[in-house]
Design a binder for this molecule. Structure first.
Ligand code: UD1
Length: 378
């Protein structure tokens, strides 16, 4: 018997994380992965291009949930996912990251009772195992919706796969039993390392008339940075001071595009290249060749660390502290002075930086071997 694992992805950063997991599980004689796309992100540029670029098969199941308020979106994903649990009778539900789809599917699974019990090395059970990949990260700021999603998902997870040592410490502090915690490395980096060579051939630099190492790259989409027009205006103004020295490329998330338009914020087109969201390989090429990256994303802090590209994070905190202690990340906060100081620091030659332990392209394999031994022979 192969254990059926529903693998859930919903929003852009989930696709890079789920791709290597689905691939590794599919190669195991003990496991049968089924990909579920919640449809939290549905734009071609935030969703379909990733399936094309990551060589992922089409999802087995699409929930087509679309946008909504946090409560409406989370509830709607749960409402649509429960019949999938009934139909599929999975042995496990694997969720990644910290988006609304992560929490919604974990919560639906945690309370779902299968028709038949099944056995694992952890004992007999009637409910599917809830498996969280990228568990344990904490920024200790509940104003971020992702922090709430992370804490709640971990509290109902049966198996928690962690990317960095700080995540293990956080889970221990929260009283999570040791046998649930597995430090396996970073699946997003599995995808990055597998795609690096292909990304070299991307024509994006020529398309945007950019020179290698002679521009900065900006991404911004956190509600706390973009939803208030005065905050967004001040951030763009601070970055514009950087742009006087280094042209900036800004692929704009739909949320941010709408806020820029509402507030009539129009960065100077001499110094800024404002473009639509890019596909994975083009973005990887743009990141690898940048002089510096300014971002409020979680994953980009990790990707720049592995690429060795200086990163200024436009937040007051990070749930990924290893990117600062070992990697290339600098916390800039959101004030003008903080951002400019972090920029100066980021582009100075500093002590050698390193790639965190287990960020070696084999995290999905490790996850697969934990799951396979849990289900094998039971
Ligand atoms: C979500 C995640 C965030 C992740 C980000 C990556 C949560 C709480 N947040 O934020 O952690 O870093 O995705 O992009 O899950 N929209 C479109 N097209 C789409 C999807 C959304 O135009 O395909 C617009 C809609 O107006 C929507 C808004 O973007 O209301 C925000 O989308 P939503 O999924 O709510 O959150 P993100 O800001 O994308």
């Amino acid at each position: 018997m192969r254990a059926k694992i529903l693998c859930v992805a919903g929003a852009r950063p989930n696709f890079m994380k789920i791709a290597p997991v689905v691939r590794a599980l599919g190669a195991s004689p003990h496991l049968e992965p089924r990909l579920v796309h919640t449809g939290q992100h549905y734009d071609e540029k935030l969703s379909r291009v990733f399936f094309d670029h990551l060589g992922m098969s089409r999802p087995h199941i699409e929930l087509a949930v679309g946008s909504g308020s946090h409560a409406a979106q989370t509830a709607e994903i749960m409402r649509r996912f429960e019949p999938v649990l009934a139909e599929e009778q999975p042995h496990g539900v694997l969720v990644v990251g910290d988006v609304n789809s992560t929490l919604a599917c974990a919560l639906a699974a945690a309370k779902y009772r299968r028709r038949e019990p099944f056995h694992t090395s952890l004992g007999a059970r009637i409910r599917p195992l809830v498996i969280h990949v990228e568990a344990g990260l904490r920024c200790f700021d509940d104003d971020m919706p992702e922090e709430v999603n992370r804490r709640l998902t971990d509290s109902i997870g049966d198996l928690l796969f962690v990317t960095e040592a700080a995540g293990v410490e956080n889970l221990r502090r929260e009283g999570v039993p040791e046998e649930r915690i597995h430090l396996v490395g970073n699946v997003m980096i599995d995808t990055l390392l597998a795609s690096k060579d292909e990304a070299v051939a991307s024509p994006v630099l020529a398309d945007l008339a950019l020179q290698e190492g002679a521009y900065g790259l900006v991404t911004l989409h956190r509600p706390s940075n973009v939803d208030e027009s005065e905050t967004l205006r001040a951030l763009v103004a601070a970055l514009d001071e950087v742009a006087l020295r280094l042209p900036l490329v800004f692929p704009v998330h739909p949320r941010t595009r709408a806020r820029l338009d509402d507030a009539a914020i129009r960065p100077d087109s001499e110094r800024w290249k404002i473009v639509d969201p890019l596909g994975y390989l083009d973005f990887l090429k743009l990141m690898s060749s940048a002089r510096v990256v300014f971002t409020d994303s979680g994953g980009i802090q990790e990707e720049t660390t592995v690429l060795g590209v200086p990163c200024v994070t436009l937040r007051r905190n990070t749930e990924r502290p290893v990117t600062i202690s070992e990697g290339t990340n600098h916390l800039g906060g959101t004030s003008r002075d903080g951002i400019l100081a972090a920029f100066e620091e980021a582009v100075q030659p500093g002590p050698p930086r390193s790639v965190p332990d287990l960020w070696d392209g084999r995290a999905a394999e490790r996850i697969c071997s934990v799951l396979a031994s849990l289900f094998a022979l039971h």
